[in-house]
Design a protein. Sequence first.
Length: 287
Amino acid sequence: MPSVLHESHLFLFRNQPALAADLIRRVLGVALPSFAEARVGSAELTQVQPPEYRADLVVELWSDEAAVHAIIVEVQLAEDKRKRYAWPAYVANLYARLKCPVSLLVFAADEATARWAGCTLEIDGLNRFTPYVLGPSGVPEVTDEVEACENPELAVLSAMAHGRDPNTQRAAEIARVAQKASDGLDSDRSKIYFDLIMNSLGEAARLALNQMDARTYEYQSDFARYHIAKGKAEGRAEIIIRMLISRFGVLEDSTRVRLQGASQAHLEGIADRLLTAQSLRETLGSE
């Protein structure tokens, strides 16, 4: 079953199909034909019954009522030897169906997987297959607010790719710009994008982002304000949980769940009692 991370990346490409073509042109330097529209096509690539081939996503580039190019987007979280046999079949079947050139773009979750995916596949004799591959380091660092607002999916993808960069200030700035671009979208998309950005940040970058936002950026949506407060509360709950384990030992699952949903006032009360209370029950008190 596809993971949340896998589906999160595909969500961005589905919402903006032209993003796949933009990355191939801009990052990989590959010339693609001009097109008027990018559409999400059928990902079923089987022409005979066995075996079934289904790609993650198919983007069709159309001009003058005809497909001029197609891009198969595959999100790869780890090495999978079966893909070496499936990818050429994906391309061949889609080529036969659309009767236009086909590219395969692999978006790798980490650099090691990107190196693996980028190897040329030796099929037979002169027949070789090399997919286009993009790892996190290849995703543009979007720090310009105008560019981010014009292409929010690229901005979010940038935040997801660079959220754990050692340069935490840079990671926080990319996330801030992506959040601002997401804030102007419809509420459903804004909510999902905001979560993707925050979940991709390392703890240091998240702290830097919170400090940065307090000085320079006031969220306009009720949703954003709610989730910033929620993120701070969740972080405080995890710290309290670690401190309780250090003092009283392993906590029951029900206690963990209760703490993760506790109010800020209740968590602050636990922190005040933590050093002086004689038992876990006394420390937890009652909400």
